[in-house]
Design a protein around this ligand. Sequence first.
Ligand code: GLU
Length: 582
Amino acid sequence: MTEKYKALAEVLFPNPAYTPESLEEKYPKRDLPEGAKVTRLGPSPTGFIHLGNLYGAFVDERLAHQSGGVFFLRIEDTDDKRYVEGAVETIIDSLGFFDINFDEGATKDGDVGAYGDYTQSHRGVIYAVIAKKLVEQGDAYPCFLTEDEISEIRAKQEASKLNPGIYGEYAPYREVTAEEAKALIDQGKSYVIRLKSGGSPVSGESESEVKRFTVMDAIRGELSMPVNFQDTVILKTTGIPTYHFAHVVDDHLMRTTHVVRGEEWLPSLPIHVELFEKLGWEPPIYCHTAQLMKIGDDGNKRKLSKRHDPELSLDYYRKMGYHPEAVREYLLTILNSNFEEWRGENPDASIDEFEFTTEKMSNSGALFDLDKLNDVSKDVMLKIPAGEIIDFLEGWAKEFRPDVLGIFDDKEYLAKIIDLGRNDAKPRKDLIYAEQMVQFISYFFDDLYGDSAWIAKGAIESPEDGEPMAIFSEGLYPKEGFPEEVPAEDVPVILNKYLETYDHADDQSQWFDKIREIATELGYAAKPKDFKKEPDKYKGHVGHVSTVIRVALMGRSQSPDVHTIQQILGEERTRSRIASNI
Ligand code: GLU
């Protein structure tokens, strides 16, 4: 028997560059401390890297770096249609921005590490060696079926309500001999290499007869799955491996210990397990992550979609200017159910001190929620010193909002603005992401806010169809109008009186006493509760009067403390803004 398969293998793979043994020697077991984990990210080189990739990469990175192991980048380009120029750089930069860095693998300047080549399309000779081994063992064979023949088989199977596919009696080339194969090849017939599966299907009623196996998943626990019975293609007609085969060969020879990948790969796990078995290799520990979900407009959970959800794109976070630390912190809250509790107990610890575990990961759909991200970001921003926020903002503005670079001319002024209310006993949490921060502080800068209409420009392009998905603000931040409680003719009167009595040296209470005086003089209640009690007696209350001042100064009715803001604006700017509203 084996002689027969050996001869067949010789026909298919006459001059292998290596033997399986020499590959084992070339890529030996890694010399790492006990328990160190080796993980990898295997993106296809489309350059589009999304939140799901970041989520998975975060798991890889944590598992490797927490254990003193290795995290490497492998480019999975066996689907050659999708190669995009510069994709490797995009992947490395996009993840690097979030502080996810590789130790090994593909880099912008070629491979780094002893387990390469790290690009699948360069590994053809290696796949051939291992495919040859399977053929020699009688566990793989060339299949010369044409598309039409496969369709015919499928039609037959459908008619008899059988499992579709190439397997068992529906796999006519399972026992093709070396001579037959050679003759077909000489005729120019193309072929694929298929796994000769050891499983067999049980069709029809008896579900209980289906042979199952169990496998431990580090996120999902023990999984019981039906064994594979399909003669899955391992090498395509071009000699390029399918994902299934490339994954098994690469993760074995690169000595990956933990394979973190999306749950969409669960259905093909039986194929991978059978391949590992047939090759006599120990499989890695699988960690199948849950899909990222969000609550849709209809209130139901749904998958994040490339077409509809700009937040799926990592560009979104960069363009909006989320601080990478905020995104990391937020990802941990959805990755590990015990993270928030830990954070509560360790408010000032670095997130690297948190022990991330796959067991605490959700296996039923991780819920992604931008509002929650914003809340987390507010807390994270509060811990970052003003100087660092300014550097971050400036880097962001250079790339995405050069029109606002003027705010960095006076960094001392900007630092005061950033720190406004942040050092109070109950600190303000106004800062969320760069785009919002610029809007939030815009009133401190004369040329950033005004009366002109909002100009909206800039968008994220959908990776699917290039259509713009989200509008980013650009232009002047609009001013609000004065409160309706105050008759229009009172506005200049209030502002004039305010200017007349204004003393920049007044403290908080002196300053407010003056506003109260103006209010009572003009028929407004000195206290809101007086107005509430007897609304007919007053035009409004002191709060309405101070809102007139607030709006004149800042163009908005909600803001941090006006007295403090005036101190930051300085006397001249304060006076000229009030005056310009009269
Ligand atoms: N190239 C695969 C993908 O992009 C990687 C899956 C894996 O990590 O094994 O989905």
